[in-house]
Write a protein that binds this ligand. Sequence first.
Ligand SMILES: NC(=O)c1ccc[n+]([C@@H]2O[C@H](COP(=O)([O-])OP(=O)(O)OC[C@H]3O[C@@H](n4cnc5c(N)ncnc54)[C@H](OP(=O)(O)O)[C@@H]3O)[C@@H](O)[C@H]2O)c1
Length: 274
Amino acid sequence: MKNILITGGTSGIGLNAAKRLSRDPKNNLIIVGSKNSKGNLALKELQINSKNASFLKCDLSSLNEIKEFVTINKLPKLDVLINNAGAVFFKKKFSKENIEKTFALNHLGYFLLTNLLIKQNLIKKGGEIINVASGAHWGVELNFKDLQMKSNYNGWIAYKKSKLCNILFTKKLSQLLKKQNISVNCLHPGFVETQFGSNNNCFISLGIKIAMRFGVINIDKGTQTLLYLLERNLQVTGEYFYKNKISPSSNFSLSKINADKLWDESLKIVSDYL
Ligand SMILES: NC(=O)c1ccc[n+]([C@@H]2O[C@H](COP(=O)([O-])OP(=O)(O)OC[C@H]3O[C@@H](n4cnc5c(N)ncnc54)[C@H](OP(=O)(O)O)[C@@H]3O)[C@@H](O)[C@H]2O)c1
């Protein structure tokens, strides 16, 4: 059995990847999302093909819930972890622990869940970690003294920065896990027609839906690079993929100093939960 955990597996890219993976009876799928109703509907879709699928609820913007998720659930040792749950918050919001929500969900969610799973020895040697990042990371830098954008919040910029964090996290983690032969890569799926943005007010959701009419790719195309990484079991680590190929990412995302700084600052924030 291949144990695959997909965060944000209840809609969009995560659910579509799960559906494709459910066709292989050797895959045991665990999808994670914050809403029971949505999770159970997604699970029904997976169960059309698979007996080996389950849904677990967790608000991945909450450090406390992530800690509980890893300690209370009897998770199997994972072959694959896909960090994919993400959102954009045009109006500033805060997590249960009072952390700006884009940073909490899109970066700290990946960071804490992965580190807890590693600490509990729940990722197999030779396993894979895939972080869903975005081409939106281009054109921004991080202010390490104000990672939560306490001054001057802008929802779209906060999202872009969080996706930059995904790449820096991938770079650092891939180095740390080399000895255990666990590969860590990230990807840009393309501009994909999903429920992305629908958590915002109706005008913004509508705006995103309209934008999605232009230049958007369908969900199957938007899942291609993720499935490519899974199916090929490539012997590469620390890379950023787009359209099934290693692709360039911004200069800021390539700096080891930046990756180290983000790692250290993130550790400080989650230290009580590790
Ligand atoms: N769509 C695009 O064009 C695009 C482009 C580049 C990158 N991406 C990235 O792709 C990833 C998936 O997005 P998508 O486009 O597939 O959007 P989506 O359809 O909105 O899916 C987002 C998933 O994340 C989950 N999620 C959101 N908030 C959560 C929370 N607090 N706790 C746990 N799970 C949560 C959602 O489940 P619940 O609602 O049940 O919580 C859902 O399963 C994101 O990381 C996004 O940044 C998307």
